[in-house]
Ligand binder design. Structure first.
Ligand code: C5P
Length: 228
């Protein structure tokens, strides 16, 4: 790749997975390691961009040379992204955001009740951060979403990706298959990138670093097309 093709661009990347507290010691979380998002942040920086990384509970080391904002919950991630997205050339939402959070966060540790044999948690919906960005508020910002799907079938994954890109108003949607042994903790990834017409713009597989550069190749083409 051309390693100065994002020079002068401002890129925002969210990475990792949000945690939603139940009480002072417990949370609802997910298995996103943050590796793919970090690889994108690093690759964008290598290609000359100014990168702000919104880091949600990363399981790997933070990259060098990026502005880093640490967040934990979906609401914190939303506040951070919304603040830095203004005027950005690209926003990549690679973070796995909890769809729901506990309706009530207990002040003290939730205790077992000896008399019952179960516990029901009430959850409320978190806002959809990517869908909430939108081109009305962010004209000229390329919005890139991710979708982690557990469907085994490739065509089905692509169909889900098309629908998700539309629903969220993203310009590009990167779909990857995740499961017990694929995607999240792994050092490799296999993705399909869906474009504005719903077509498959690119397919990439390999290390998360090489996949990051392949995704950025598409981003660069789009950003360049928008501004020239
Ligand atoms: O709907 P789903 O969670 O599959 O969508 C994934 C994409 O949407 C990712 O880009 C993720 O960062 C983003 N997302 C979000 N806010 C949510 C849930 C997901 O921005 N509440």
């Amino acid at each position: 790749a051309n390693h100065a093709d994002l020079a002068g661009r401002r890129v925002v990347v969210s990475a990792g997975g949000t945690r939603e507290p139940l009480d002072p010691v417990r949370f609802l979380g997910n298995r996103s390691s943050g590796k793919q998002g970090i690889a994108i942040a690093e690759a964008a920086r290598e290609r000359g961009a100014h990168v702000t990384l919104i880091a949600a509970n990363l399981e790997v080391a933070e990259p060098e040379g990026c502005d880093i904002r640490r967040v934990s919950t979906a609401l914190e991630l939303q506040a951070a992204v919304t603040e830095v997205a203004h005027g950005a050339d690209v926003v990549v939402m690679a973070a796995a955001v909890a769809d729901y959070r506990p309706a009530n966060v207990s002040e003290g540790k939730i205790k077992k009740d000896q008399s019952d044999d179960g516990l029901t948690l009430e959850l409320v919906r978190n806002p959809d951060i990517l869908a909430g960005l939108g081109h009305a508020e962010h004209p000229g910002t390329l919005l890139v979403g991710f979708a982690a799907e557990t469907e085994p079938d490739d065509d089905r994954i692509i169909a889900l990706g098309r629908a998700k890109r539309e629903a969220k108003g993203a310009d590009l949607l990167v779909v990857n298959r995740v499961g017990w042994n694929e995607g999240f903790a792994s050092d490799e990834n296999r993705v399909v990138v869906i474009g504005r017409d719903g077509d498959v713009v690119t397919r990439a597989h390999g290390t998360k670093q090489s996949v990051a550069h392949d995704i950025l190749d598409v981003v660069v083409a789009e950003v360049t097309a928008v501004t020239t």
